[in-house]
Design a protein around this ligand. Structure first.
Ligand code: ADP
Length: 496
């Protein structure tokens, strides 16, 4: 009987269950959307029970699709939207409030108060992160402070906190309360130097320690599925990592200095920095990539808030395209950007600017500017933003990056990939199998159960990447980048 690895990819907008074989091929895949709840402007929540339901349904569907028996699954890997926070009652297994999603801004005032009290440096020093509603810590505090009866549950030892990985592990096993190092490092309460939940930070946020999960290596035995929860079988859960870290691993960025960039709704660029915990001076976050075989691997990370969603805006906002894929032909139909730049700062600008007040802008319009020009400027803007992150990374790490691995939904666009390579003057590699996040979780899981002996074993079956080589004259490149810089500056100056 053939054996497989099951990967659960619980993302912000959907849950996917993907079954991989030894050749990293997708054997079957099922996906379901997650309902986004917006109780108040700026707040984003999800129903943890719905998330759990989509997990069981997609697993079931993936198995049925190819008549795979649960006993054929050697191990389960989980990768998840990071930072999203769930608190639940350990006795009943019921959530005490909705999941507060990473994008949600409902803890802005908590963050402002912490910053005013001068806590920025201590959080930054210990966690590698910034005080921002994005991370879990202030979300936990918000639920404890605002939902009646929750603090009492904590005092009675019945409350559990988890990021989505923990929530899924808990539901799959019926009892285990664990997370992995990559997810813990996104909570704002985990000390990435000492590798411990940090007492001082917990005290500042008034979070009781007894609600926190045990932190485990990304590739380790987290527990076994409870038979009633997993179609009558007890299967080991052996791989867990946050989505961007799983992506880094799934893209084989296992050596120091390797870089992966994910082009989804937003763009996330991570560099493996090995055992080197780099303190950024250019607006990057420091985080744990994973811990395996007793060794911690660190990463630095930069984020672009509006990446692929620029293209969504062309479709749903401006309505100049019907499908995202049309942008490729439109951009290719032109010889140049015609002097038009688009700075899609719809929700401010991320790394390295961290300018939350910036708003989007289009520059250089003439009577001849048409849809194609705007589509091209939108795609180019994604690339310029990633380039800004890369420059910051190079400055922080004092290296020059030779290759960028690319993954995520927007990488299907060949114009985008070629322009990224041209403008950065370096090689961009796109994988043959696009589901690299799920694959990363599968690798963590499969290595633990010896489905793959080691990384070389994985690489034996790897299909070659599609390579984009830079092909733009130096003076043209410099001139384009100069234009982008002027556009960003003008955008940031425009504040009413
Ligand atoms: P997420 O995981 O953030 O939901 P995905 O990795 O699924 O995102 O990528 C979806 C994003 O990619 C969307 O923002 C979409 O606009 C963009 N996208 C999809 N296809 C294309 C394309 N052919 N060209 C440019 N952008 C695209």
């Amino acid at each position: 009987m053939k054996k497989y690895i099951l990967s659960i990819d619980q993302g912000t907008t959907s849950t996917r269950a993907i079954i991989f074989d030894r050749h990293s091929r997708i054997v079957s895949m099922a996906s379901e959307e997650i309902t986004q709840l917006y109780p108040t402007p700026g707040w984003v929540e999800q129903d943890p029970n719905e998330i759990w339901l989509t997990v069981t349904q997609t697993i079931n569907e993936a198995l049925v699709q190819n008549s795979i028996d649960p006993t054929q699954i050697e191990g389960i890997g989980i990768t998840n939207q990071r930072e999203t926070t769930v608190l639940w009652n350990k006795e009943t297994g019921n959530p005490v409030y909705n999941a507060i999603v990473w994008q949600s801004r409902q803890t802005s005032s908590i963050c402002e108060a912490l910053t005013e009290k001068g806590y920025s440096d201590i959080f930054r020093e210990k966690t590698g992160l910034l005080i921002d509603p994005y991370f879990s810590g202030t979300k936990i505090k918000w639920i404890l402070d605002n939902v009646r009866g929750v603090r009492k549950l904590a005092e009675e030892g019945k409350l559990a906190f988890g990021t989505i990985d923990s929530w899924i592990i808990y539901k799959l096993t019926g009892k285990v309360h664990k997370t992995d190092f990559s997810n813990a490092s996104r909570t704002l309460i985990y000390n990435i130097h000492d590798l411990k939940w940090d007492d001082e930070l917990l005290e500042i946020l008034d979070i009781p320690k007894n609600i926190l999960p045990e932190v485990c290596e990304s590739s380790s035995l987290f527990g076994y599925t409870a038979e009633k929860n997993f179609f009558g079988e007890s299967i080991p859960i052996t791989g867990v990592a946050g989505d961007q870290q799983a992506s880094l691993f799934g893209q084989h960025c296992i050596e120091k200095g390797m870089v992966n960039s994910t082009y989804g709704t937003g763009c996330f660029v991570l560099m493996n920095t090995g055992d080197n915990l780099i303190k950024s001076e250019n607006g990057m976050l420091t985080t744990i990539a994973w811990k395996i075989n007793g060794e911690v691997v660190y990463a630095i990370e930069g984020s672009v808030f509006v990446g692929g969603s620029t293209v969504q805006w062309l479709r749903d906002g401006l309505k100049i395209i019907k499908k995202a894929s049309e942008t490729e032909g439109m951009a290719k139909s032109l010889d140049s950007n015609e002097g038009v730049y688009f700075v899609p700062a719809f929700v401010g600008l991320g790394t390295p600017y961290w300018d939350s007040k910036a708003k989007g802008a289009l520059f250089g319009l003439t009577r001849g500017t048409n849809e194609a020009v705007i589509a091209r400027a939108a795609l180019e803007a994604i690339c310029y933003q990633v380039q800004d992150v890369l420059y910051a990374m190079e400055a922080d790490c004092k290296v020059s990056i030779p290759i960028v691995k690319a993954n995520g939904g927007a990488t299907i666009n060949n114009f985008l990939m070629q322009f990224q390579s041209d403008i950065m003057n370096l090689q961009v590699q796109r994988p043959a199998i696009m589901e690299t996040t799920a694959l990363g979780a599968a690798y963590f899981a499969g290595l633990q159960v010896k489905y793959w002996e080691n990384h070389e074993d994985i690489m034996k079956y790897k299909k070659p990447d599609i390579v984009f080589q830079p092909n733009m004259p130096e003076d043209e490149r410099k001139e384009l980048v100069r234009g982008w810089k002027i556009a960003v500056k003008a955008t940031r100056n425009f504040k009413l």
